[in-house]
Write a protein that binds this ligand. Sequence first.
Ligand code: DAK
Length: 260
Amino acid sequence: MEYKNIKLEIKDAIAVLKVSRPEALNALNSETLEELKRAAEDLEKNGEVRVVIVTGEGDKAFVAGADIVEMKEMDPVQGMEFSRKGHEAFSKLENMGKVVIAAVNGYALGGGLELALSCDIIYASDKARFGFPEVTLAIHPGFGGTQRTPRIIGLMKAKELIFTGKMITAQEAFELGLINKVVPHDELMKEVFSLAERIKSCGQIALKLAKECLNKSLSLSLEEGLKLEEANFGFCFGTKDQKEGMTAFVEKRKPTFRGN
Ligand code: DAK
């Protein structure tokens, strides 16, 4: 599959999806958003892929936001259309039936932070910087930032980040609960691959169903969420992997999961 602004590499069931517009610090223009959506759809369908890693090209930026040059002349209708494209791409990643890890290698600002927040787990380099600078441009986050951030770190902390547009370090982002882990810059990809390998070795259907339960936990009532958990838990027992996992435990050997 051909892409202009992203690079996609798949090896040993792990896909690395890299946003690649280094001349603009990987800023997201409409074309890149469309490519991200298409890549997420392709990865969902690709039976070879078990875990996806999202990162940015180069040493400086994960994604430095939505493309300001493209946004500059937009009218309200074009602004809404641009926002919709971002929502479609990021929701595909968020709801993909595979675990998606963000490897934040530098600036994750505005749309870049929103991209990371649509991933399941965020590991960041100690050089990474996070923030929502939108209000300094007289707009507000438009790719899910106003909705996902309070769900992840709480309303008050989300308001402070979004109302000030301030940039924070990876350590501060970790302390806010915005990201999972900070690692030395040169070790980021090694750490992320090690995490991906661990997740890759687990039951794929169980991971997919757990992700559905966890994502929906934020919008369902507890009662509805527990019903979904019952159904998905039950579903696991119809898979060959569940039999293999428990048989391997009893036989004191490593399981071999086949994703069925
Ligand atoms: N868009 C376009 N180009 C960008 C860019 C961006 N977001 N960020 C950087 N670049 C370009 C720079 O213009 C520069 O290009 P040249 O001058 O070389 O041609 C090149 O990348 C290198 O950047 P700098 O020279 O500025 O590099 P520095 O190291 O000095 O600074 C920086 C790095 C990340 C601090 C700085 O580049 C910066 O402040 N960038 C902008 C960050 C930003 O404000 N990002 C948030 C964008 S707002 C919505 C939909 C979406 C959104 C909102 C609403 N609706 C439709 C409602 C989302 C909005 C955003 O994400």
